[in-house]
Ligand binder design. Structure first.
Ligand code: PFF
Length: 442
């Protein structure tokens, strides 16, 4: 059997895991979810859900992966032979493919914006506001399919190169660059006249805004943003040597994610208030606000281009992890197949994603329940695939592993272990069951 590739060091793994986690969830979804669901109330709940539920499940996935040293399905088969636990790996694989099918649509939006910025065409005029511009872009069928296809091509190219040369190298550059750029942008946004209203919106708690629905959405966001519940982090951790500190890595990844989410909020909300936009703009929020903020900056178009390049990379590192998950299941320990499998699966998922790409335009009349195709895919993965996966993973590590096994795997201080095991055995499963049931019936 070929020697299994490993990340070259702890930093490489952390950046790759953070690369999967930090993406559209933090930069695109977090601001619009917070904007439409009470600002500070949502943010507080989101942070609580991260610490109490999503982070413990992330650590559980790391444990399964490092112990298994194989793709998610094989890891479950080895650790629970003769039981159906390996189906969790299949569920994760299907959910990953479905997420990628609509995630790539937003990847396509970014590419469209980037090309327009490069052509100096990303400007509002008297008759076209940024809002109208956004709508006209996402309703144009050919542009959407070509942009989504281009996004897939880039993702496939990186994933076929394999774990170390592709994923790790890319993440090492992108994450720090993204961070620095966000700090600069946040400073610009915060110094606009009237910006403090946006800061108040984010940080002055208004508990009257907390409803059952906000709790559910915050928990869903905490899962999505950390990429947990679909065995991706099992797959990544399987490339990890036995001596890495997984608890510490998990905490760092979660911290980085909260940090980038809050930074994205600090770029968006001060500008929303200063420039007179609405917070509940929905999925277009970032695409409508950012060009308007850059207009306020000298050399704005140039910075806008750099920004979209960074956003594209952050999105790619997450998309890569989604494709890697599916590819690793098929490639198993036969790396020779990797290139062919990556192309075939990439093209297949692209085709599944086309209806989502068209769902805001020519296919907008198709509704599943009250949702568009894009919305339905999001619902299916966020409200069904991810919670079921996360629930089963927490039950597996919480109850199938003996206390001794989980202690040995986690190798951490007793206090941290107690916190983690309480969450993984009780808090996480109960909370997930509640969101799962509520997410389906309300
Ligand atoms: N965590 C990614 C983001 O926030 O953009 C999205 C994602 C990637 C979700 C990978 C799930 C996943 F397995």
């Amino acid at each position: 059997m070929a020697q299994r590739e490993h990340f070259s060091n702890k930093l490489g793994f952390m950046l790759a895991a953070a690369g999967s986690a930090v993406g559209l969830g933090a930069i695109w979804k977090f601001p619009y979810m917070a904007g439409s669901n009470g600002g500070s109330a949502f943010i507080i709940l989101f942070i609580l859900c991260m610490i109490l539920i999503s982070l413990p499940v992330l650590i559980a996935e790391f444990m399964i992966g490092r112990r298994g040293q194989a793709d998610a399905i094989t890891s479950f088969k080895q650790q629970a032979p003769g039981t159906p636990w390996y189906l969790v790996g299949y569920l994760g694989t299907i959910t990953s493919a479905l997420i990628l099918s609509f995630y790539s649509v937003v990847g396509g939006w970014i590419l469209s914006y980037l090309v327009r910025a490069l052509l100096f065409q990303l400007k509002s005029t008297e008759s076209t506001s940024y809002d109208t511009l956004f709508q006209s872009i996402i309703q144009n069928p050919w542009e959407m399919i070509i942009a989504q296809g281009a996004f897939f091509l880039i993702t496939i190219f990186i994933v076929q190169a394999g774990i170390k040369s592709g994923i790790e190298k890319a993440s090492k550059i992108i994450m720090p660059a993204l961070f620095i750029f966000f700090v600069i942008l946040a400073i610009r946004s915060l110094t606009l006249p009237g910006a403090m209203e946006g800061v108040r919106f984010m940080f002055v708690p208004d508990f009257s805004k907390i409803t059952g629905e906000t709790v559910l959405l915050a928990l869903g966001q905490a899962f999505f943003t950390l990429s947990v519940g679909i065995s991706i982090m099992i797959t990544y951790a399987s490339y990890l040597g036995k001596n890495e500190n997984i608890a510490g890595t998990g905490v760092n990844v979660a911290l980085m994610n909260v940090f980038i989410s809050i930074l994205a909020g600090l770029v968006i909300f001060p500008a929303v208030f200063a420039l007179g936009f609405k917070t509940d703009e929905g999925p277009g929020l970032v695409f409508v606000i950012l060009p308007a903020v850059f207009e306020q900056i000298p050399l704005g178009n140039f910075f806008l281009i750099i920004f979209f390049i960074l956003l594209l990379f952050a999105t790619l590192t997450s998309a890569m992890s989604l494709l890697e998950m599916v590819v690793s299941v098929v490639v198993k320990d036969r790396p020779k197949r990797r290139v062919r499998v990556t192309w075939l699966l990439g093209l297949f998922i692209f085709m599944i994603g086309i209806p989502s790409a068209l769902s805001e335009g020519v296919l907008s009349h198709i509704r599943i329940g009250s949702q568009s195709i894009f919305g339905f895919m999001e619902f299916l993965t966020n409200n069904i695939g991810m919670p079921i996966g996360a629930l089963l993973i927490s039950l597996f590590v919480g109850y199938y592993y003996t206390t001794n096994e989980s202690k040995t795997e986690l190798q951490t201080k007793p206090f941290f272990y107690t916190m983690w095991i309480v969450s993984i055995r009780f808090l996480a499963p109960i909370a997930i069951l509640i969101i799962f049931i509520a997410g389906i019936f309300f």
